[in-house]
Design a protein around this ligand. Structure first.
Ligand code: GDP
Ligand code: MG
Length: 601
């Protein structure tokens, strides 16, 4: 297809504003998926995406679209649509999709208006020099207020409120007009058709049958099957087994030219060999200059992952290896805990990434897992000037600390003006510093805060939602680090520290963390034969204490003189229970106590 007939675009929006549903209508309207094969959120292919109703991986699809010219003739165009996830954790997925496009459809729910991630995605699109087509969606809803929100959009991105398209992904209203506008307004791709081949990798997925499938967008030249290709960052060359387009299933083609989006298969088995952001060229007479890359996704949140049944440890490693084939952002290394045994310290992009990873491990690999409280990455400088990067409270260095830096984020909150007070209070209680405030309209406001990431990863979003009756939306982006007065709080059972309960907290919150954790454990740990003190300590200083009183636990006494089978049954039962006990020094702690104490919800 000649480049002037190609349009590459993506749909960006706040979560739930209807991207996947609109993509469904486009698939139908262009005849790529017929009515019978249609199912809702067609492009959300993973089970977990379908169940949660959210998009995790970006998808791309090629759509034919005929536009009638002013002279009455009809011109066949090719549209490449890239559906993107909207959640903050997956911003890096959005940014790589954007780099493969010339334009973006900015979708706004006509009953909700602009939300925090609408803005974040809009700014990403503008940074990538994309042509933005603003669209109001869900106009079929009785609660839709298109006039009001068209004003809001025009206020933010300029232009006239009347020019904002109104569509419904549900009924299909306005979708034809939208596709025509995509052709009319989004620039065609430009590149050198005769130059050495250059294509950017914007995604790669692992398929058990076919190996790694790499999604590319060709910038210059042509990629043809049965030639060798080279990955420019590593200089590794691979034989090409297949080149094709997605429409909506993979269809092999004779090659991909300038501006085209499609896939290639090399037989490579690991997505890390096919690095997102890398440039693909021909092995023979290839390009010498690569295309600019993307930033590598960097884990922001760490947490320990342990199998409930210690013998599942090798299974867990195997499962993580398999998951990583499809998730370049997931990191893990072995960790051992006195309380929880052997497991892995995993790095994630954010909490949703953590939750989804754990969910997939449990579901797809049949594992029962326990995860420890998430932490961010702290940089600890000692008085002797040595520097430690700490992603686990148990790695907190001993000795004289000179300073501690923690990551901070810039966060944007959009809320109805009625809730400004409660939102500001919440942010202040989480060590937030206000950066500014802008009115989107008379009734809605955007608040900007700089806040430690560690304060956001503990139920901040839930607190925000409950204080604003669900009306506020949140987005955040990393923004360097700041020095803070942080300490490590240890929890001790009978003088023995329990590593899984240690936490790094701001000095002002150490006392309340110690109090709540010791109180929680006193409820959860059963009485033992002896008295068990539970203490919270910062260094050697105890800041809170509870005691579990001793009890004579003598099950056999109950059936003294009773019959022998009953006695044996009781002993069996006790043994069963023991298996699920973990020893901390001399103290037996039921596994349920760990799970309950560590659960964040
Ligand atoms: P995404 O997160 O942006 O991909 O949003 P989805 O496409 O998954 O849609 C979120 C929810 O909004 C789903 O329950 C859809 O059925 C619903 N939805 C999407 N578009 C429309 C629309 O035009 N009208 C109505 N009434 N509901 C819609
Ligand atoms: Mg979606």
């Amino acid at each position: 297809t000649p480049p002037e007939l190609i349009r590459n675009f993506c749909i960006i929006a706040h979560i739930d504003h209807g991207k996947s549903t609109l993509a469904d209508r486009m698939l139908q309207l262009t005849g790529v998926v017929d009515g019978r094969a249609m199912r809702a959120q067609y492009l959300d292919r993973m089970d977990i995406e379908r169940e949660r109703g959210i998009t995790i991986k970006s998808q791309n699809v090629r759509l034919p679209w005929a536009v009638t010219q002013p002279d009455g003739s009809v011109k066949e165009h090719v549209l490449h649509l890239i559906d993107t996830p909207g959640h903050v954790d997956f911003t890096y997925e959005v940014s790589r999709s954007l780099a493969a496009c010339e334009g973006a459809v900015l979708l706004v729910d006509a009953a909700q208006g602009i939300e925090a991630q609408t803005l974040a995605n809009l700014y990403l699109a503008l940074e990538n020099n994309l042509t933005v087509i603003p669209v109001l969606n869900k106009i079929d809803l009785p609660s839709a207020q298109p006039e009001r929100y068209a004003e809001e959009i025009a206020h933010i991105i300029g232009g006239n409120p009347e020019d904002v398209l109104r569509v419904s992904g549900k009924t299909g209203a306005g979708v034809k007009e939208l596709l025509d506008k995509v052709v009319a307004e989004i620039p065609a791709p430009v590149g050198d058709p005769d130059g050495p081949a250059r294509a950017m990798i914007f995604d790669s997925v692992y398929d058990i049958y076919r190996g790694v499938i790499t999604y590319i967008r060709v910038i210059d030249g042509k990629i043809t099957p049965r030639e060798r290709i080279q990955m420019m960052s590593t200089r590794a060359t691979h034989e090409l087994l297949e080149v094709g387009v997605i429409s909506p299933d993979p269809v092999p083609t004779v090659g991909l030219g300038v501006g085209e989006v499609g896939y290639l298969i090399t037989g490579v088995k690991d997505v890390r060999q096919s690095k997102v952001g890398d440039t693909v060229t021909s092995a023979l007479r290839g390009a010498t200059e690569s295309l600019g890359g993307y930033r590598d996704p960097r884990p922001m949140v760490y947490s320990g992952l342990f199998p409930l049944d210690g013998s599942d440890y090798p299974l867990l490693r195997d499962a993580l290896d398999k998951l990583r084939l499809n998730d370049a952002a997931l990191t893990y290394e072995p960790e051992s805990s006195t309380a929880l045994g052997f497991g892995y310290r995993c790095g994630y992009l954010g909490l949703l990434h953590l939750e989804i990873t754990r969910d997939r491990l449990e579901r797809e690999f049949g594992l029962d897992l326990i995860s420890t409280a998430p932490t961010v990455v702290y940089t600890v400088t000692m008085e002797d000037r040595s520097v430690h990067s700490v992603t686990n409270p148990s790695d907190w260095p001993e000795g004289k600390i000179s300073d501690v830096h923690e990551p901070v984020v810039k966060c944007t909150i959009i809320t109805p003006t009625d809730y400004i007070g409660p939102v500001m209070e919440l942010c202040q209680s989480r060590r937030g510093v206000m950066g500014g405030m802008d009115y989107l309209s008379e009734t809605r406001v955007e608040l900007r805060y700089t806040m430690p990431l560690a304060e956001i990863i503990f139920d901040f979003f839930d607190s925000l939602k409950s204080r604003t009756r669900g009306y506020a939306s949140l987005d955040y982006d990393e923004s360097g680090t700041q020095a803070s007065d942080l300490v490590k709080v240890d929890i001790l059972l009978q003088g023995e520290p329990v590593d899984a309960f240690s936490a790094i907290v701001h000095r002002d919150f150490a006392y309340s963390y110690g109090l709540s954790m010791t109180a929680k454990l006193r409820e959860l740990i059963p009485r033992q034969q002896f008295e068990v003190p539970i203490q919270a300590a910062v260094g050697s200083r105890v800041i809170a204490r509870e005691t579990i009183r001793a009890m004579r636990k003598d099950v056999l006494a109950k059936c003294y003189g009773g019959d022998i089978t009953r006695k044996r049954k009781l002993l069996e039962k006790q043994k069963e229970g023991k298996k699920r006990m973990k020893m901390v020094g001399r103290v037996e702690v039921p596994q349920e106590a760990f799970i309950a104490a560590l659960s964040t919800d």
